[in-house]
Design a protein. Structure first.
Length: 394
């Protein structure tokens, strides 16, 4: 029997039982896919994490988990971290150790993080405006390309911040922000973020607000609301939930700037000397703040991922052995049920070797199809790993 004939008969036998054949192919494909996909995902994730960490020289933030601080600054994760006083940022900036970039990433709009920062952040991440222009005043924002695409947003539209607690009826109003620009896509968490000035995040936090002029008679109400130079507004005062050109001058901040919160500060030292000085400045355990080297924090995270990977691979290997044993049993039972068919092949002149080749060809076709499908899945997993990692972390 020729090879082409063996392949043809094997293909016909598999097509005769399509559901069994597809079930076998799917089972073997998944058995091959999961351990390889896990390895590719963790390997690709480590590359992505390391690349973003390397572009962030140093992080200054409150003492605590260095990994939490790093993920919050790099991936805008909603971690419950202590805040960093704005005075700490000011004192660091005055030392002229390098470029200092404030980060305040506490708030969100839906699932998209709102990141308060400065224009230096865009230089650090090599981000550029694809459509529109940069922020020009309070209440302006620029958004990532993927966010704009998913929400069908464009410059001139608005986006609203989400309240932290929907049951806090006396809380801060959600802020409606004007979109001035859309960033060029770069396949990082920045593609899903909303970037504003730090002062805009303080408005969202309730540290600043704008409202009607208190000199208006309809707002003042009774003369008793004004005593000894103290103006007491009544409940009819409208608090603005959007910054416009008309009410921009009515927004004002309360309290001392030095006590205003930040999540962290990115420091890009000018040279090795200034880097060493920055590292030495936070060695004192009495200092409420710490300096974190993001690359080292990512290495610790990668060690945890590799430990998890080893455990998962052992589990997948055991499941794979069980699945392949079951698949082999299905083949053996199928060949047993087809003994009359094999006897027919023998009667028309097929040798024992030809019959074994016929059975082996069926197994080979299923194995090759399953391997091809699993390889396609692994390739797709590797290409989608950065996007998937961002969603999992955020």
């Amino acid at each position: 029997m020729q090879i082409s004939g063996i392949a043809y008969l094997s293909w016909k036998a598999l097509r005769h039982r399509p559901y069994r054949s597809l079930l076998l192919i799917g089972t073997i494909a998944l058995t091959l896919y999961f351990p390889r996909a896990l390895q590719e995902f963790i390997s690709r994730s480590e590359e992505v994490l390391s690349a973003r960490a390397k572009s962030t020289p140093l992080l200054i933030g409150p003492r605590g988990s260095s990994i939490d601080l790093t993920l919050n600054a790099l991936y805008f994760t909603p971690q419950e971290l202590p805040t960093l006083d704005y005075s700490s940022y000011q004192s660091l900036a005055r030392r002229n150790l390098g470029t200092t970039i404030p980060i305040h990433s506490r708030f969100r709009s839906g699932i998209s993080p709102i990141v308060g920062t400065s224009l230096e952040y865009f230089k650090l991440r090599t981000l550029s405006i694809n459509i529109g222009q940069s922020m020009t005043r309070l209440g302006d924002c620029v958004i990532g390309a993927r966010l704009a695409e998913s929400k069908n947003l464009k410059p001139g539209d608005t986006i609203i911040s989400s309240p932290e607690n929907i049951f806090d009826l006396a809380g801060v109003y959600p802020l409606r922000m004007r979109i001035t620009g859309i960033l060029t896509p770069n396949r990082t968490p920045d593609d899903h973020a909303i970037f504003v000035d730090v002062k805009t995040t303080w408005i969202i936090e309730g540290l600043a607000h704008g409202h009607q002029e208190l000199s208006q008679s309809e707002v003042m109400g009774s003369p008793r609301n004004s005593e000894e130079g103290i103006v007491r507004a009544n409940a009819s005062v409208v608090e603005f939930n959007e910054v416009t050109e008309a009410n921009l001058g009515d927004f004002h901040f309360h309290g001392d700037y030095e006590n205003y919160p930040l999540s962290s500060v990115i420091l890009a030292p000018s040279d090795e000397k200034h880097r060493a000085l920055a590292l030495a400045s936070y060695e004192d355990p009495a200092n409420p703040n710490q300096v974190v080297i993001p690359v080292q924090a990512v290495e610790h995270l990668a060690e945890t991922l590799f430990a998890t990977q080893r455990l998962a691979l052992v589990a997948f290997s055991l499941l794979g052995i069980a699945a392949l044993a079951l698949a082999m049993m299905v083949f053996l039972l199928s060949f047993r049920l087809r003994e009359r068919e094999m006897h027919t092949y023998a009667k028309i002149g097929a040798t024992r070797i030809a019959i074994l080749c016929l059975q082996g060809a069926e197994v080979a076709i299923v194995a090759i199809a399953a391997t091809a499908i699993s390889q396609i899945g692994v390739t797709l997993t590797r290409s989608a790993a950065p996007e998937l990692l961002t969603r999992l972390i955020s």
